[in-house]
Design a protein around this ligand. Structure first.
Ligand SMILES: NC(=O)c1ccc[n+]([C@@H]2O[C@H](COP(=O)([O-])OP(=O)(O)OC[C@H]3O[C@@H](n4cnc5c(N)ncnc54)[C@H](OP(=O)(O)O)[C@@H]3O)[C@@H](O)[C@H]2O)c1
Length: 261
């Protein structure tokens, strides 16, 4: 099947935007769910006319009410759903001693409760499609503690949701997989004020780059390629998998001397 109805959370920026554009270019019908009009306007500045190709629906993945409104809209305009990409997330910083309880809850609410609520709400549309693919965008921070306790724990929870739902929804013909990217150049770090300015962000990228065996930080297209594969019929026997797309950073260790690049 080549023309599918796909919902992507957070397709107004970064990886979600790249996945949406790649899917749309292949003739699929793509709907995005995100909160702010500013990020949609920013995407339209980069890609004029994009709002005619991607259906931008406004809402918050962690709101049951917003997800229900989206369900009603999708049922009326699209009927069934063949793919769901749980991509939207926020980044927070801090260890247990430095992050506030409010920020911990906010991060978990969007990064873990959000995909749960959205998937649960849209499930009837995927069951109706007969077969469907859910792709959860996780992170290497789920597999090895990163720099944010809330972010790492939220993504580790998301990976377990992937595995749990793969067993739960497989009998309906619904596959569920995680894609776990390493560091990818998007707006997430600056939009979430994890770095003070673009200079500090640039310095972090250059420092991090040296830890990547392939010698570069990821681009959204690196991740989009795997997402498109998992949504496709070629992946019809893949479910419950946690798949790294990380330029090899997870095999990096202190015993291997860094090479100069
Ligand atoms: N970039 C990286 O280095 C990296 C590495 C590993 C994993 N990831 C993961 O990849 C995914 C995409 O990240 P990205 O870097 O592309 O981020 P991004 O550029 O910041 O884009 C995030 C998107 O999610 C939307 N969003 C955030 N909270 C939302 C909510 N509550 N409801 C609906 N939409 C919401 C944002 O729009 P609004 O704010 O307007 O809602 C935006 O469209 C995330 O799951 C992230 O954790 C990224």
């Amino acid at each position: 099947m080549d023309k599918k109805n796909i919902l992507i959370s957070g397709a107004s920026s970064g990886i979600g935007l790249e996945v949406a554009r790649a899917l749309q270019a292949k003739g699929n019908r793509v709907v995005s769910l995100s909160r702010s009009s500013e990020k949609i306007s920013r995407a339209l500045r980069d890609f004029p006319g994009l709002d005619k190709e991607i259906d931008f629906f406004t809402g918050d993945i962690s709101s049951e009410e917003d997800c229900r409104s989206l369900f009603t809209y999708l049922e009326e305009h699209y009927g069934v759903l063949h793919g769901l990409v749980n991509n939207a997330a926020v980044l927070s910083k801090g260890s247990m001693e430095t992050i506030s309880v409010a920020d911990w809850k906010f991060t978990l609410d969007i990064n873990l409760n959000g995909p749960y609520i959205l998937t649960k709400t849209l499930l009837p549309l995927m069951k109706k499609a007969g077969q469907a693919s859910v792709v959860n965008i996780s992170s290497v921070a789920a597999l090895k503690p990163g720099t944010s306790v809330a972010y790492s724990v939220s993504k580790a929870g998301l990976d377990m949701l992937t595995e749990f739902l793969a067993g739960d929804l497989g009998p309906y013909g619904i596959r569920v997989n995680s894609v776990n990217p390493g560091l990818v150049k998007t707006n997430i770090h600056l939009d979430n004020q994890v770095f003070d300015d673009s200079k500090a962000y640039g310095e972090m990228l250059e420092k991090a780059r040296k830890r990547y065996p392939l010698g570069r930080i990821g681009e959204p297209a690196d991740v989009a390629a795997m997402v498109l594969f998992l949504l496709s019929d070629e992946a019809s026997w893949i479910t419950g998998s946690i798949i790294k797309v990380d330029g090899g950073v997870m095999v990096e260790n202190d015993l291997i001397p860094p090479k100069t690049r």
